[in-house]
Write a protein that binds this ligand. Structure first.
Ligand SMILES: *[C@@H]1O[C@H](CO)[C@@H](O)[C@H](O)[C@H]1NC(C)=O
Ligand SMILES: *[C@@H]1O[C@H](CO)[C@@H](O)[C@H](O)[C@H]1NC(C)=O
Ligand SMILES: *[C@@H]1O[C@H](CO)[C@@H](O)[C@H](O)[C@H]1NC(C)=O
Length: 205
């Protein structure tokens, strides 16, 4: 039994090799799973909690195929993903704010403000932006948040779900994802156009 299965494996092996060669030549190479996990881990080193950073980064459409060193592409995807999430989050926050009729909880208020700041910079990103445009956009994001390190929604509300509704928790979680993705994008831009030392405060994104 053992020898016959060994035998059929030996027969099968060249066939598998042949098949995989044929398949490989027809499609773009994809990184092995281990390499992919390592890629997300490295990008997420800037995040305060890398587990939730990895979870959101790996959900970005198109990121799986991007090379580890392709800072330009990673930054671009991060910014567009952050912009998309910000549009979603702003819609949800505006609805909750309206429902709160002028008496929002402190977290809803903080998160709505932070999301609005993000939206002011990110919502009108051109689809095919170049690195300089990405740099300038991130410069604006950094300027928006330079007096809030980290933003109140991230610092005071993340994980503190005791008194908030499920809807409110959803907004906090969305901003947390946006912030993680922005941090990763900010670090990637820094590889292309380093932020000036005076500006290079880890807490600014
Ligand atoms: C980065 O990725 C983009 C799009 O996938 C590609 O066009 C570009 O050549 C890549 N750049 C590098 C340096 O690999
Ligand atoms: C952002 O949203 C646009 C429009 O829905 C979509 O085409 C694009 O793939 C999204 N980009 C990212 C990175 O999520
Ligand atoms: C937030 O919650 C996650 C998941 O429960 C946990 O891993 C993380 O350490 C918490 N972060 C903070 C800042 O409390």
């Amino acid at each position: 039994m053992a020898s016959s299965s060994t035998h059929s494996f030996l027969l099968l092996f060249p066939l598998l090799l042949l098949l995989s060669t044929v398949v490989d030549s027809g499609s773009a190479p994809t990184p092995a799973p281990a390499a992919t996990a390592e890629k997300y881990q490295k990008w997420c080193q800037v995040a305060s909690d890398s587990q939730s950073c990895i979870k959101v980064i790996e959900s970005i459409p198109g990121i799986q195929e991007v090379d580890y060193n392709n800072a330009s592409k990673v930054a671009d995807l991060c910014m567009h993903f952050a912009a998309n999430k910000t549009t979603e989050a702003k819609g949800a926050a505006d609805t909750l704010l309206a429902a709160a009729k002028g008496k929002p909880s402190s977290c809803l208020k903080a998160c709505a403000t932070d999301i609005k700041s993000m939206a002011e910079v990110l919502v009108n990103l051109p689809a095919g932006q170049d690195d300089m445009n990405a740099y300038l956009t991130f410069k604006d994001v950094r300027a928006k948040f330079k007096d809030e390190k980290p933003p109140a929604c991230e610092k005071d509300c993340w994980n503190k779900t005791s008194s908030s509704s499920a809807d409110e928790t959803g907004i906090v979680d969305k901003f947390h994802d946006i912030w993680n993705v922005a941090k990763v994008g900010n670090m990637q831009i820094n590889y292309i156009f380093p932020w000036p030392d005076s500006d290079d405060d880890d807490n600014i994104l």
